[in-house]
Design a protein around this ligand. Sequence first.
Ligand code: DOR
Ligand code: ZN
Length: 407
Amino acid sequence: MILEGRFWHPQRGLTDGCVAIGDDGTIKRVAKTISGAKERVRGMLLPAGLDMHVHFRDPGFPHKEDWASGSTAAACGGITAVVDMPNTQPPTDSPAAFADKARRAATASVVDFGLGVSARPGISRETWFDELPAAFWKLYPYGISWEDYQSTATEVTAAGGHPLVIHGEHPSHIAPGPPRELAEHTAHRQLAEAECLAGMPASPQLHVAHLSTADGLAGLPVGATAEVCPHHLLLNLDACDSLECKVDPPLRTPRDNAALWSGFRDGRIAVLASDHAPHLPEEKASGAPPSGIPGVETMLPLMLQQVVTGNLELGRLVNAMAEAPADRLGLSRGRIARGQPADLIEVDTKATRPVVLERLHSRAGWTPYEGWDAIFPQRVWRRGELVAADGEPQASRGGQPLFTAQP
Ligand code: DOR
Ligand code: ZN
């Protein structure tokens, strides 16, 4: 297949030309002209997204999401590769649990996938520490003391190998008790992010998930990388005051939004990730809802709309959604260039339409973005195969692991 039109060239930016895709699903050639039958691109061709932070809930909670529903939502929103977090049931914390989840994903996922593996004290001494083809280690702050949280972060980052992704809040810095309203949830953890990050090792192995505050950004450990989620850029306590929007880290203030935008625009926060955290609508509507906001399908559409309104440069979005997460995870992908997987989205910047819950594919069944302007990709290719068109799935299954064991 040869696609012809405007595309995002990793060095030159928007460029007119042709992209030839081989039967093996990789990009064979990128040139001004290529002979042969061509298909015209409407709008522009961009690298598809790699979302390095999703919760697809399988095994354990498939009624909230499973690999089929989560990956379909991802594909329809222009994401062709995800990394799933280990807080499933059982947790992904051993080679056996890893193999089980990888098998589920390989059976049902339409997008390519990596798996985060739960870190714990002493994990670097496990015989499989250097061999397990994890995307990264993920350290959760629950059920572990602050001292152990710190020492485990130091242990794992010093051991090398996979990056360590941390949740940048620890319960020891959070006021206890269930919140009666959303603002109280936020108030309980006012300084938690800054206090947690101040105690984390300065290491290029460290990656801070879902950065949410101006103070956290100012206090990022030296050498660490970070990600930001659409809800911490676009939402705050003024925009959403229902407990439904309870999420960890919580929604904050417009001042925090502005600081995160600034860090995101200038690349201090390199990566855009959704932290797609589906829970059922009845759970979210209850008086004591679990934390989490779904977002894998709306992330790129909402951010493409930010590009159209002039809030964000297109090149910065391409970097944050495709290039930077690939580089952070040591993957050769995310660029429209020879040899890369043909993971592409066709985007028409004139095709703004509102987010409509009925047209989304997550089992979450709710979104805080109902009615928001967005630009859904017209077509989405995963390794050269059309997997979504006009926000609807065109394929099922076929996802492959992003990381495999070294022989
Ligand atoms: O809001 C959140 N939801 N934060 C987390 O860290 C976990 C996530 C989930 O799994 O629901
Ligand atoms: Zn998460």
